[in-house]
Design a protein around this ligand. Sequence first.
Ligand SMILES: NC(=O)c1ccc[n+]([C@@H]2O[C@H](COP(=O)([O-])OP(=O)(O)OC[C@H]3O[C@@H](n4cnc5c(N)ncnc54)[C@H](O)[C@@H]3O)[C@@H](O)[C@H]2O)c1
Length: 360
Amino acid sequence: MSVFASTDDPVSTGHEQVVFCQDKQSGLKAIIGIYSTALGPALGGTRFYPYASEADALADVLDLSRGMAYKNALANLDLGGGKAVIWGDPEQIKSEALLRAYGRFVESLNGRYYTACDVGTYVADMDVIARETRFVTGRSVEHGGAGDSSILTAWGVFQGMRAAAEHVWGSPTLAGRRVGVAGLGKVGKYLTAHLLDDGAEVVATDVSQRAQEWARTTHPQVTLVDDTAALVTSDIDVYAPCALGGALNDDTVPVLRAKVVTGAANNQLAHPGIEKVLADRGILYTPDYVVNAGGVIQVADEIDGFNFDRAKLRATRIFDTTRQILRLADDEGVPPAVAADRLAERRMAEVGRLRAIHLR
Ligand SMILES: NC(=O)c1ccc[n+]([C@@H]2O[C@H](COP(=O)([O-])OP(=O)(O)OC[C@H]3O[C@@H](n4cnc5c(N)ncnc54)[C@H](O)[C@@H]3O)[C@@H](O)[C@H]2O)c1
């Protein structure tokens, strides 16, 4: 096994540490990116993906780990931001030996980095990694894990949407509003249930026949439309992207009829500057990483021994955080995405600075 520092200068990207991990026998090639431990150990999942090149894997881990620092800061967690990527096709190379080799690298960081699930890694994989390291969350319920994180992700998105509704319409409820949900997957399904309970009308779309069937049988009052293009141009008050990234792009934003965008999908803004186009059109966008933090709140809670009620209470506070961001955006005359970044940077600087007060 070997550990070596990146030849890229992590300082230039703002990262504290980038660790390259290799175990030739098992085929493991991984990169762990620690963007910040200012607020505590860096937490972020492990993405297992067949990147075209090491440069692509590195770019992704640098980007994702930075994003986690901002997300964890605004989730009010005592955790910094990190992420890891395993470079390779999980279908071809995932094995007990590879995952355990990876677990030993995570352990070697002595708690500076906690891992969890991401694209290509699952709860069962975390259980295997946990045989080599204490610094892993998102394990199975039998192993003290928090279970399905989409439950609190959906709850948090709903809270963020309530805060947006209050900002735009004066009352923190979706009752009587038409909400367009794109993607009836794990999160979209729970979100739909919260919206219907609150008295909203739901219009939805999903490419999967099974998801459409679920809506027809479980919630026949949901109106299904053909695709996302039909959803964004329909008469909706709120658009909730809950499928893939890049939902807010040059095709959708100019024709979007909703006044509010709040959804679970990561990286909704397709490119820098699109948040300004939304603002210019008078559309309120609640930053994705703020409202979809319920999942990370859920897995972070596992570190202290999982307690669902405590985690739910923390996820409920996404309402207050979203409200604070929307007010700051108004006060400082910037889009909410910019206000959120400023608030996260402020917390990392103000609270992170306290580590200079030595205790012994
Ligand atoms: N699950 C979590 O805890 C969590 C946490 C944070 C962020 N997110 C993000 O939220 C989003 C949804 O997560 P999920 O766990 O529900 O995923 P999922 O895979 O269970 O659901 C995604 C759904 O979107 C549908 N879909 C895919 N392409 C579509 C398209 N073009 N139009 C309409 N529907 C389409 C799929 O058929 C699927 O039903 C993802 O972007 C994910 O990264 C999830």
